[in-house]
Design a protein around this ligand. Structure first.
Ligand code: HDE
Length: 690
């Protein structure tokens, strides 16, 4: 065999070590047709320096396939990240639904989740201010059920006919092709300020919910009202919720901006790392179940997706948990090709008449055909049901399971005639009585656009309200047309005068505009709902979070040992940041491997930080300008900062002499325990409040 000079001579083992290999050790490379390839380094040429020959089937096949590698990205939710896991019931729900997935206590059902941002394209950044998609495909024993939700319980619009307008306005402007993954531009705020029904969602989108710390720390919502149907055919309405076991957490806008530069994949990396390290993320599935009678009494229309049903009014019953325990084998095959469809429901679950949901039921199937190129996208392993399925659908691009035998229609009289309908087990739509005129009209019961927006705003803590105001000021400051800014402020006046005033002042508007003409006046009597605030629902845990420890040579080995032990007990992660990627030597001469260099691991990617060094490394750290950014950012973002007695000199040199209660000296295992205990508050809020 000809020895090819370019075939690898080395390979990297599982432990990172280099092995010498020979050609014969490797699997033989073939074409897609299975033909073994002798030379994958050179195309076929007419003479060593001659033209490439058209007959080179190996080159042509390789380039042909490469040229067609991309499929259209999703029109919305293009950037996403998926993982496998399971759902496990806490109890049987057979009294309210006959859905097979909810019948047996403790039973597990496999599932696939895809989290996403909405506006940005596939290659955009993770920390955009945006709604997050929270789509779950349950592979139940009676077919796939897709719960395609978001991390916010309401939506911008009430009727599907406005969706293309909403999305066009949010995405890059068509003439200039920017901005990417941002709503901070004229088109979006023009559309929004002309669409008062969006005001409630705008409060959510401008709140900290739109910049989650990671997917693991956000809630999920089915948004629409759905139906549960039991074996007797009785219907209840239901709203679906996902509650993260680790509690909610968001970043600060200034952190988000910097994380996007430091690690645009921050959220996907976080999910990947958590699963790979065995810290499987969990959410509990909650249901708000109510009947027609409640729906009639409720102040708002349960079919209006711009309204939520307060947990305080209808409690969320936790019915089971979702555990994500497996990363994908291949991003494209699974995360990119997964096709969620809102019309994928199973017996025992049904749609409601929410006009947004009804439109979605058309749109998702349609978009999958465009994206995946064939009605046979259900044949892809990620989309195929895991229960037996039998039907007479056939042919089309890439058909992989055509019906076997002669029968491909029904009814038929063949002895082996294939599957038959099953009136008992089969899906039945709820026989809702309906009459009325065919109209193009918005129901009057959808007319209140401001009351729940106000309720959301007043339910936030002072700091969270400030964040909403500054997000609005930031976004509107990027809007070029003053009239649009003013129009938006005129809506804020119907939500809360304080918010309108803050935004007006933040924008430097000379005069307060008149309030927008509301269809219905704002109900100012709605109660404060603690369930809507992230901070009020804090769980007081540092579990699942990450401490960034900036170390210098000669660092106290005992402190490091104790820190590692305490964090392990807390189920939190630790990362070492050092002047070089080779790490540092501790006081006993042992190497501490660095995860990041100081420029590569800014404090924004950690939940709390510590600075540990010896006398010998004070100058090296203090003179590195990245150390200054690391510590100043940590301070400005309200992070807890632990420091060793020697590291105090670094802080002093950098003028961080005023130390509030968020700065904690780490002397021994006791002070380390106290430090981590404090970190459970996630931030030293007082520093941010002042
Ligand atoms: Fe979507 N949406 N949407 N949406 N949506 C899509 O389907 C659409 C809406 C949501 O990870 C698309 O496969 C219409 C609400 C998620 O693959 C598309 C309307 C909610 C995902 C589509 C809505 C969502 C999508 C684009 C208004 C929260 C990502 C690619 C009537 C409850 C799923 C695709 C994934 C994706 C249409 C409104 C959530 C075009 C027409 C409300 C999480 O079909």
């Amino acid at each position: 065999m000809k020895k090819n000079q370019n075939v690898y001579q080395e390979s990297i083992g599982k432990g990172g070590e280099l092995h010498q290999t020979t050609n014969q050790d490797e699997l033989t490379l073939t074409t897609a047709q299975g033909t073994p390839i002798a030379d994958d380094q050179n195309s076929l040429k007419a003479g060593v320096r001659g033209s490439t020959l058209l007959e080179d089937q190996i080159l042509r096949e390789k380039l042909f396939h490469f040229d067609h590698e991309r499929i259209p990205e999703r029109v919305v939710h293009a950037r996403g990240y998926g993982a496998h896991g399971y759902f496990q019931n806490y109890q049987s729900l057979s009294d309210i639904t006959c859905a097979d997935i909810f019948q047996r206590k403790n039973e597990k059902t496999p599932l696939f989740v895809r989290f996403s941002t909405v506006a940005g394209s596939k290659g955009s950044v993770d920390l955009a201010r945006d709604v997050r998609g929270f789509a779950v495909k349950f592979y139940t024993k009676q077919g796939n059920w897709d719960l395609v939700g978001n991390n916010m319980p309401v939506f911008f619009i009430q009727d599907a006919i406005k969706f293309p307008d909403l999305v066009h306005s949010a995405k890059a402007e068509p003439d200039r092709g920017f901005p990417q993954a941002q709503t901070a531009h004229d088109n979006f705020w023009d559309f929004i300020s002309l669409t008062p029904e969006s005001m409630h969602m705008i409060m959510w989108a401008m709140s900290d919910r739109a910049i989650p710390r990671s997917f693991r720390f956000m809630e999920g919502f089915g948004v629409h009202t759905f139906r549960l149907i039991n074996a007797k055919g009785k219907s209840h309405f239901v709203k679906f919720h996902w509650k993260p076991k680790l509690g909610m957490q968001s970043v600060i806008w200034n952190e988000a901006v910097k994380i996007n530069g430091a690690d645009p994949d921050f959220h996907r990396r976080d999910l990947w790392n958590a699963i790979q390290s065995g810290e499987y993320p969990e959410w509990e599935l909650g249901m708000q179940v109510f009947d027609e009678e409640f729906a009639e009494k409720f102040e708002f229309d349960v079919l209006d997706a711009t309204k939520l049903i307060p947990e305080e009014q209808v409690p969320v019953k936790l019915v089971g948990k979702m555990v994500l325990n497996r990363v994908v084998d291949n991003f494209f095959a699974e995360t990119e090709q997964v096709a969620f469809c809102t019309q994928n429901i199973v017996p025992g679950i049904d749609q409601s008449e929410d006009p947004l949901l009804q439109g979605r039921n058309f749109s998702y199937l349609d978009t999958q055909l465009k994206r995946l190129g064939s009605p046979n996208f259900t044949h892809l392993p990620i989309n195929a049901p895991k229960c037996p399925f039998h039907h007479f659908q056939q042919d089309g691009h890439m058909a992989m399971h055509n019906p076997k035998g002669r029968a491909n229609y029904e009814p038929n009289s063949w002895e082996e005639g294939g599957p038959r309908e099953n009136p008992e087990k089969g899906f039945k739509s709820y026989p809702l009585e309906t009459d009325g005129k065919k109209v193009r009209q918005r129901s009057e019961t959808f007319a209140d656009h401001y009351s729940q927006a106000r309720q959301f705003y007043v339910s936030q803590t002072k700091l969270e309200r400030e964040h909403i105001a500054s997000a609005l000021v930031f976004e509107l400051s990027k809007v070029e047309h003053k009239a649009i800014r003013q129009r938006l402020v005129s809506h804020l006046l119907n939500i809360h005068p304080d918010l309108a005033k803050e935004v007006k002042e933040g924008l430097g508007l000379a005069k307060m505009p008149k309030p927008a003409e509301p269809k219905l006046p704002t109900n100012e009597e709605l109660p404060i709902l603690d369930s809507l605030s992230i901070i009020k629902n804090s769980l007081n845990t540092f579990a699942g979070r990450r401490l960034g420890v900036l170390v210098g040579d000669g660092v106290d080995a005992e402190l490091i040992k104790s820190l590692k032990k305490t964090l392990k007990k807390e189920k939190s992660d630790i990362a070492f940041i050092a002047p070089t990627i080779n790490g540092v030597k501790d006081c006993k001469g042992k190497n501490i491997k660095a995860d990041e260099i100081i420029e590569g691991g800014p404090s924004v990617v950690f939940d709390a930080v510590a600075l540990l060094c010896s006398k010998d490394s004070i100058d090296t750290l203090a003179e590195n300008s990245a150390t200054r950014d690391f510590l100043y950012d940590a301070k400005n973002h309200g992070k807890f900062i632990g420091y060793s007695s020697e590291a105090k000199m670094v802080l002093d040199k950098l003028n961080l002499t005023k130390k509030d209660g968020g700065f904690i000296e780490l002397k021994d295992s006791q002070s380390i325990e106290q430090f981590i205990k404090n970190c459970r508050d996630l931030r030293f809020w007082k520093r941010l409040d002042s």
